[in-house]
Ligand binder design. Structure first.
Ligand code: A2P
Length: 332
């Protein structure tokens, strides 16, 4: 690989794509050349990178000539269609969608957890689900100390996780309700403003949603923990940015709040914010725009053996998407 990379971003006009540009700027990622790609609707739009304007081009079969590194953040369908083309053209693909995450020959990476898995990549690396990534940032260090068995999780997921249209939908619905107008829903099946929806992603036969099963399936793969079990309820909330997850985790060995705090205070990519008596605990507003996830509300879980209850919040456009993707590229 050259020292400076020819980079393509597929989905450059989306919520994550825009964030990728900012993260690469901030981290001084060595970009020799940048190709911004999106649907034909956005062709000709401009985006700024390091003070220079770059035009967005419509994605097609020839988009990847000369590209070393292709970030995909345009959904699973686009990834399935175009990521193999990018790969065949010689680019290494880092895909943010769920399309390839569980494929045996595609490493699924959180650099703080399983960086060594990247060695066996064959030109395609997957970025994990955003809620799973935020939860694992706290669960994995605890696993190292106490041996993780299973978790019960409830998520509180921001609308930006559903993309730019969902951000706009929440904004419009808030305005409509202030003006006394109807809160029309397009992206979600019900209004999201002043509401919570126990529905993220599509429903499976077992009654869970796809999003809910990702915590168990991706968690097993990332942590190399085949017996890990996770029962999640994923909930969309009227928050613009940053996901939160309430976790009840059961461990093999006894756990104390003090020892768990010590472990989490030293964990990479994580800030311990746990002074409940001073009203200090993680919130989406505080975590939005921050690279590190935040963890707090630690207490002994009174319903589990060797159980710990905790609350993790993280900017899912960053650690759950763009930041993690750029960290993967840095690992390469
Ligand atoms: P566009 O803006 O032209 O629709 P978000 O997650 O915020 O909804 O963003 C999705 C991103 O994926 C956008 O950049 C969007 O481009 C892009 N995208 C969606 N469908 C396609 C497609 N069929 N081909 C290329 N890019 C696509």
């Amino acid at each position: 690989m050259p020292k400076s990379y020819h980079v393509a971003i597929v989905g450059a006009t989306g919520a994550v794509g825009i964030e990728l540009l900012r993260v690469m700027e901030r981290r001084n990622f060595p970009v020799a050349d940048l190709r911004l790609l999106a649907s034909a609707r956005s062709a000709g739009n401009k985006s700024e990178f390091r003070g220079e304007d770059f035009s967005v081009a419509a994605l097609n079969h020839d988009s990847f000539a000369g590209i070393d590194l292709a970030f995909f953040s345009a959904g699973a369908g686009t990834a399935r269609q175009f990521a193999p083309i990018a790969q065949r053209t010689g680019a290494v693909v880092i895909d943010n969608s769920s399309a390839f995450r569980m494929d045996a020959d595609v490493p699924l990476i959180i650099p703080e957890i399983n960086p060594e898995d990247i060695r066996r990549h064959l030109g395609m690396i997957a970025n994990p689900n955003c809620t799973t990534a935020v939860a694992l940032m706290a669960l994995y260090p605890l696993h190292g100390a106490f041996g993780l068995r299973r978790v019960f999780a409830s998520s509180y997921q921001a609308v930006s996780g559903s993309g730019a249209r969902a951000i706009e939908e929440l904004r419009r619905q808030v305005e409509a309700s202030v003006d006394g107008g109807p809160a029309l829903a397009h992206v979600y099946p019900h209004p999201i403003a002043f509401n919570v929806l126990p529905h993220v992603d599509s429903f499976l036969e077992n009654g869970y949603t796809k999003e809910e099963m990702k915590m168990q399936n991706e968690g097993r793969k990332i942590m190399h923990l085949p017996d890990f079990r996770a029962s999640a309820t994923c909930v969309r909330v009227p928050v613009y940015r940053a996901h939160s997850v309430a976790l009840s985790a059961e461990f093999e060995r006894p756990v104390s709040v003090e020892s768990a705090r010590a472990v989490l205070a030293n964990a990479p990519g994580l800030d311990l914010v746990d002074e409940p008596l001073s009203n200090r605990y993680p919130t989406p507003l505080a975590a939005a725009g921050k690279d590190n996830c935040q963890v707090g509300r630690l207490r002994i879980d009174c319903a589990l053996e060797n159980g710990l209850a905790l609350w993790v919040t993280g900017d899912q456009l960053l650690k759950g998407a763009a930041l993690n993707a750029v960290q993967i590229a840095e690992l390469l």
